[in-house]
Design a protein around this ligand. Structure first.
Ligand code: ACM
Length: 534
């Protein structure tokens, strides 16, 4: 078999034609598919030769979890339930020793073989294989390819805000499935905010009894029982994801005051709070009354009261025991109702409480330059692709303090920003609306000056839920832009090959339309993308 080797997919003339969206006739009179791979693998070669034909008697062998994941993908995409009676085999095996989460996939006419360093890598190899399955006339095929793949960053996150609007366990599990398919490995749950408290804690039952029943716009609230949370954590683990719970402090704590009035200050009503109330409704925040509006930065825990730290210790102590992953997120953003020195003292103490529990604290970038922040606290940068207002300096301070950085540039991968020309869902404050091209066109290595590649723990795409009520709303805002975030998190740096470009991405992501549709994903059919139809 003749192979185009050594220079990646682009070395093959046929491949370039494919990536440009052409669909030339093949020997069987069908059409050769685009390779709709997102995120782009680290190394990808199209191999000359017949494709593997997937049929009802294909045999799927090897690791049972990976085989079950592949079967679900093949059933959704092709409507096939391979029964293992034929000679053509898909082999799924773990071969320890390689880089964590890496895999190798080879496909030719006789077989498909996926080998991986660990179960996560095998799962990712299966996801890639699912993306390769394509219709070719009357048959379903996997094109002849060789792929060697491993992640650029160890932390690849999505965040879901379940505080502004509550989202059910089923919706969260669905989002886990969708994110894991794009090789994300962390689900950050924004569990608390001014509008509601969403996690049951035995040590503080009043939080869910008194502060969970409301949401933005007077919509119904809700909360996760401890059993619900365990179910989410277990489902995430089955998809090789950790859960990172966030309890946002010392601001974003109006709801805490519904349960514990003595722990919070009076709301600080600025002109900006009045402006937001005028534009979006919800009235002005008043202590002891549920807040249904969209304003931020008016609430604060009482910094000088020791009872506050008993509360912080109870909350994070219980969360630490419920959370197998290494991170607990303490928030720290937009604490405009807290005096800056008090803020610094608070985040230093809260991060220390988390570190003493044996967990790694995570905080939004505002906390970065607080003296006394626990060493190795991870920072989450949510400034713009071109930093403003010293946000990059605060992010750099986490690195100087021994921590890593998670990059969530708001004007690129805040997935709740409106799409251009579509104002019915989402907000627009982050230089919005945000096109798919803008979600794609940034490079993690160049956001914060003076930060090395090894200082970047990873990339996370937040999804705030002020305007998002349903699982369909979540799908529509996330897809296809979540694919751009996945590529920033997993794939080699922007521009390192002609495939790691917007032109290539838009064709590849467009090729995923039929797979997403078969999985019931209500993606936004953006007109920036040349969507494949079958
Ligand atoms: C944030 O968007 N306030 C982290």
């Amino acid at each position: 078999m003749k192979r185009h080797r050594g220079r990646g997919l682009a070395a093959a003339g046929i491949a370039l034609a494919l990536m440009a969206g052409c669909a030339p006739a093949d020997d069987n009179g069908g059409t050769v598919p685009n390779l709709a791979l997102v995120p782009l693998p680290a190394a990808l070669e199209q191999v000359e030769g017949d494709p593997f034909e997937l049929s009802a008697d294909t045999s799927i062998e090897g690791d049972p979890d990976a085989a079950a994941a592949l079967l679900a993908l093949v059933q959704a995409r092709a409507g096939l339930t391979p029964d293992g009676t034929g000679d053509a085999t898909v082999s799924l095996r773990i071969e320890p020793g390689g880089v964590a989460e890496s895999y190798r996939l080879t496909a030719d006419a006789a077989s498909v073989v996926v080998t991986a360093a660990d179960p996560a890598g095998l799962f990712y190899g299966v996801q890639t294989l699912g993306q390769l399955v394509a219709r070719d006339g009357e048959r379903w095929i996997v094109p002849a390819v060789e792929i060697d793949d491993a992640p650029r960053f160890a932390y690849r996150g999505v965040m879901l805000d379940v505080a502004r609007h509550f989202h059910s366990v089923e919706t969260v599990k669905g989002y886990i499935d969708r994110a894991a398919a794009l090789k994300f490995n962390a689900l950050h749950l924004h569990l608390t905010d001014d509008q509601g408290w969403r996690i049951e804690l035995d040590s503080r039952p009043e939080l869910t009894e008194l502060a969970s029943g409301m949401a933005v716009g007077g919509d119904p609230g809700g909360f996760y029982t401890k059993a619900d949370y365990r179910e989410i954590v277990a489902h995430a683990a089955s998809r090789h994801m950790i859960v990172v719970p966030e309890i946002d402090m010392p601001g974003h704590t109006h709801a805490v005051g519904l349960a514990y009035p003595t722990l919070v200050e009076e709301p600080v009503i600025s002109d900006e709070i009045r402006r937001v109330a005028q534009e979006f409704g919800g009235g002005l925040p008043a202590k002891g009354t549920p807040y249904e509006g969209l304003a931020v930065g008016f609430s604060s825990l009482r910094i000088d009261d020791e009872a506050t730290y008993d509360f912080v210790a109870d909350v994070f102590g219980e969360l630490a025991a419920m959370t197998p992953g290494p991170y607990l997120h303490l928030g720290g953003d937009e604490a405009l109702g807290t005096d800056p020195d008090d803020f610094a003292a608070f985040v230093a103490r809260a991060s220390g409480i988390i570190a003493d529990l044996g967990k790694t604290p995570v905080a939004w970038h505002e906390a970065g330059d607080a003296p006394g922040l626990a060493p190795s606290t991870v920072g989450q940068y949510w400034g713009y692709v071109r930093p403003t207002d010293g946000a990059d300096a605060k992010a750099r301070a986490f690195v100087q303090n021994g921590g890593g950085l998670i990059l969530s540039p708001a004007d690129a991968i805040y997935l709740d920003m409106q799409y251009p020309g579509k104002a019915d869902l989402g907000l627009a404050w982050a230089n919005g609306p945000t096109s798919v091209e803008r979600a794609y066109s940034w490079e993690p290595g160049t956001i914060v000056d003076g930060v090395e590649e090894s200082d970047i723990l990873g990339v996370e795409a937040p999804l705030w839920a002020e305007t998002l009520r349903t699982a369909e709303d979540i799908d529509t805002m996330a897809f296809p832009r979540i694919g751009a975030a996945a590529e920033a998190a997993w794939s080699p740096a922007t521009g390192t090959s002609e495939l790691r470009t917007w032109d290539s991405f838009r064709t590849r992501v467009g090729g995923l339309g039929p797979l997403w549709a078969s999985q019931g994903i209500a993606f936004h059919p953006s007109d920036e993308i040349p969507w494949a139809t079958e």
